[in-house]
Design a binder for this molecule. Structure first.
Ligand code: NAI
Length: 303
């Protein structure tokens, strides 16, 4: 049991921005953070699952619920995928509450199609919300977090990105892209007390209700994901650059590792073919914490 277990982890005095918080996972994250004392910017464009349309309804409803429960929140209907929209989301936090401590990049859309049929527009629009949106809102929040020498960023990856999924070339590319963004934010934020991590959730929402078996509805609730987001957003969590799979109450670290490898001074196509089993070996694995460590492994193999 960690030192923090037992005492309630709270967010009093902290300001959190949650994107895509009008429904589904983001709504659940926003409600939990507000319940624990955070002042929350509930951002949501209010469009359909494929990103078309817009409505101020979902964000306003979540704000209303938070306020009704005694919390503090403001709505933002800005589009995270545009530079102006992303700046406006962070500005909403500064205008209403004077700071931004926590950013949960959660907004997302789906435009599934098998590779041969996927249009450039379907590819670009999905990357625009997930990857560009997370980059843009993080970029807008970063200087404020740096100035106060404190920040927590939680990005939303997906098992579809980490492990691949049929019909999701756009989405899985975006979601693995968020792993790279998270790791780099973790490195760039380290000296300023900014921690960045990512979750790869599974939850019953409008995004998954037609994909998941019906019996998942009660087990894979958004409320069984949000506590991880809140922990990663809490000041007591100093972990950074990591990815966690979370669903139905289970939380597990997902890590990128490199096998021990095989080397020769005379690398040929045939040498690779002849040593394929050694190249594919997983143990003992190395988990580089950055480019330098990865390159060092190649150098050490020469010794
Ligand atoms: P959802 O569709 O219920 O929620 C996504 C929200 O993002 C919507 O309310 C939508 O209006 C908002 N949004 C979309 N584009 C936006 C934009 N440009 N600016 C501002 N808001 C925008 O879906 P769900 O399931 O709650 O998804 C939340 C996040 O979790 C997404 O990033 C999704 O890819 C990710 N995820 C969800 C999984 C699941 O099992 N539900 C699995 C893996 C990842």
């Amino acid at each position: 049991m960690s030192a923090a277990a037992g005492s309630e982890l709270r967010f009093d005095g902290k300001v959190a921005v949650v994107t895509g918080a009008g429904q589904g996972l983001g709504r659940s994250h926003a409600l939990l953070l507000a319940q624990r004392g955070a002042k929350v910017v509930v951002n949501d464009l209010g469009g359909s699952l494929d990103g078309s349309g817009a409505s101020s309804g979902p964000a306003a409803e979540v704000v209303e619920l938070i306020v009704k429960n005694g919390g503090e929140a403001v709505a933002s209907t800005d589009n995270v995928a545009t530079p102006e929209g992303a700046e406006a989301v962070v500005q909403a936090a500064l205008d209403a509450f004077g700071r931004v401590d926590v950013l949960v990049n959660n907004a997302g859309i789906l435009r599934d199609r098998s590779l041969g049929k996927m249009t450039v527009e379907e590819f670009d629009s999905v990357l625009a919300v997930h990857v560009r949106g997370s980059f843009l809102v993080s970029r807008a929040a970063f200087p404020h977090m740096k100035e106060q020498a404190y920040g927590r960023i939680v990005n939303t990856s997906s098992p579809a990105g980490l492990f691949g999924n049929f019909g999701q070339a756009n989405y899985s590319t975006a979601k693995m892209g968020l792993v790279g963004l998270t790791k780099t934010l973790g490195i760039e934020g380290a000296r300023a007390g900014i921690r960045a991590n990512a979750i790869a959730p599974i939850a019953w929402t409008r995004m998954t209700e037609t994909l998941l078996p019906a019996e998942f509805e009660d087990k894979f609730t958004p409320e069984r994901v949000s506590p991880l987001v809140a922990y990663l957003a809490h000041e007591s969590c100093t972990t950074s650059g990591e990815v966690f799979s979370v669903g139905a109450g289970r939380v597990a670290r997902v890590f990128v590792a490199e096998g021990p490898g095989w080397r020769t001074d005379d690398l040929t196509i045939e040498a690779i073919a002849g040593n394929w089993d050694a190249i594919m070996a997983e143990q003992p694995y190395l988990q580089p914490t950055g480019l330098g460590q990865q390159a060092t492994a190649s150098l050490q193999a020469m010794l």
